[in-house]
Design a protein around this ligand. Structure first.
Ligand SMILES: [Zn+2]
Length: 456
């Protein structure tokens, strides 16, 4: 072998091994998975959650009132998830599931004192580890630092936790605008949690959907939920219209505040490089099934939430198949080109995730013990306070408000859904993390009582 040729071969071998070595390092960096698409470190992430926002009170979901022009525009520019389901009908487990892509039973969030377990891996922790600057502004203690929702955040602001009669949306928006103006260390992940549509429902004069109303009954702006519950047995159509008027006023007011953030994103030239995810933690009931508020049932008024994903390089559109808020985390990871950690219960709704078709579980384990499963248009609810559990079955394609319980008819669809529900429920409990339980101080208990969360 001549000298020149052997040198060339040595260089080739050296080059090959360098490529192999680099590939191996990349493989290790990506957590032992094959390298996927390039990581979009140039993308910021804005997550907007509105507390207590039922999907059917937004224009983009078919509401007749113009409560949500800014969210409607966001929906048109992204992927609107027409049939998104929250994993719980109250804040802590729902946001916990959203942030971890795990079911509430896995997180052990069963009561007011339940916090997000430290051992859970949150969206903020994933993004922080990948180099995103992370910040949150929240307005509800149930998703605050004491409840351990600050995991993974460099900055976590709770100065707008103002209780049921406070007006917190402008404060959240001001914090967001300040963050966007000074943020130079891109990329960033910013979570904004708005609270105003939560009771007590306040009338905002600039956002009154029925300014000519001559209503003079007992449903007054700012009435505590306890007072409304006392009126409940005698509430008539006028009272319910007034409740909707107040609730819609809160929604329109909040939508305007969200619009200011989205406008600033545009004005700063950040909109084209920012992934926007929008959703709600749960809905709200206005006697749809004889109750007011939320937290006690799993009917559609409480678990059908609005959700939007705007990934800069994905086409806008609508997904009509039922999906869960547990799907939002893997969807975001696909948009960013980041690998998925093991064991997520959701699946990506992006182009790489295939058609969304998995059944969606919701759970509430606080005073009432219910689990629901949505599979296509069918929905099964299992009430474990009864032995054997009481089952309810609805076909949402013909009965979207769940009036006609089909469980007594039984049949194969009931047994198939029951089997699916039991399997997912078993899975959620088998994976349970060590639960985190808080000791609540007296003033916190007082606040929760005011919020209608504690009866004692
Ligand atoms: Zn909530």
């Amino acid at each position: 072998m001549d000298r020149q040729r052997s040198t060339r071969i040595a260089a080739l071998v050296a080059g090959t091994s360098t490529v192999a070595l680099l590939a191996g390092i990349a493989w290790l960096v990506l957590g032992g998975r094959h390298p996927g698409p390039r990581v979009r470190r140039d993308y910021n992430v804005l997550l907007i959650v509105v507390d207590t926002l039922r999907a059917d009170h937004l224009g983009a979901w078919g509401y007749e009132r113009d409560t949500s022009p800014n969210l409607d525009a966001l929906a048109a520019s992204g992927i609107r998830l027409d049939q998104a389901t929250s994993q719980a009908p109250w804040t802590t487990p729902s946001i916990g599931s959203l942030m971890t892509s795990q079911y509430p039973a896995t997180l052990g969030i069963t009561r007011e004192r339940s916090a997000l377990p430290e051992s859970a891996t949150t969206l903020a922790e994933l993004l922080q580890a990948e180099g995103w600057a992370t910040a949150a502004a929240v307005s509800h203690s149930f998703c605050g630092a004491e409840w351990r929702f600050d995991q993974g955040f460099d900055t976590f602001d709770e100065s707008n936790v103002l209780g049921p009669t406070g007006i917190s949306s402008p404060g959240i928006t001001e914090l967001a605008l300040g963050w966007l103006d000074i943020q130079r260390r891109e990329p960033f992940f910013l979570w904004l949690h708005y609270f105003d549509p939560h009771f007590s429902y306040l009338l905002h004069r600039d956002h009154d959907p029925d300014p000519g109303s001559d209503y003079d009954g007992g449903v007054v702006s700012g009435a505590p939920i306890g007072d409304l519950n006392q009126l409940r047995p005698t509430m008539d159509r006028a009272d319910l219209d007034q409740l909707a008027r107040l609730y819609d006023s809160e929604i329109a007011f909040t939508d305007a505040q969200i619009g200011r953030v989205l406008d600033r994103l545009e004005a700063l030239g950040l909109a084209d490089d920012t992934v926007v995810i929008f959703t709600a933690d749960h809905g709200e009931e206005f006697l749809d099934h004889r109750l007011l508020g939320h937290g006690k049932t799993l009917y559609q008024e409480l678990v059908h939430v609005p959700a939007i994903v705007r990934c800069p390089h994905w086409e806008p559109g609508v997904i009509t198949a039922p999906v869960g808020n547990v799907d939002l985390l893997p969807t975001l990871l696909e948009c960013l080109g980041l690998p998925e950690p093991e064991g997520l219960v959701g699946t990506s709704l992006g182009p790489g995730g295939g058609p969304p078709s998995h059944p969606v579980l919701s759970q509430v384990d606080k005073r009432r013990h219910l689990t629901s499963l949505r599979d296509g248009d069918l929905k099964l609810i299992a009430n474990r306070q009864r032995d054997p559990p009481r089952l309810e079955l609805y076909d949402l394609s013909v009965d979207p408000t769940e009036r006609n319980d089909l469980a007594a008819e039984g049949g194969q669809r009931l047994s198939v859904l029951t089997e699916q529900l039991l399997r997912l429920e078993r899975l959620s409990r088998e994976r349970a993390l060590p639960p985190a339980v808080l000791h609540l101080e007296d003033d916190q208990r007082r606040l929760l009582r005011t919020l209608g969360y504690i009866d004692d």
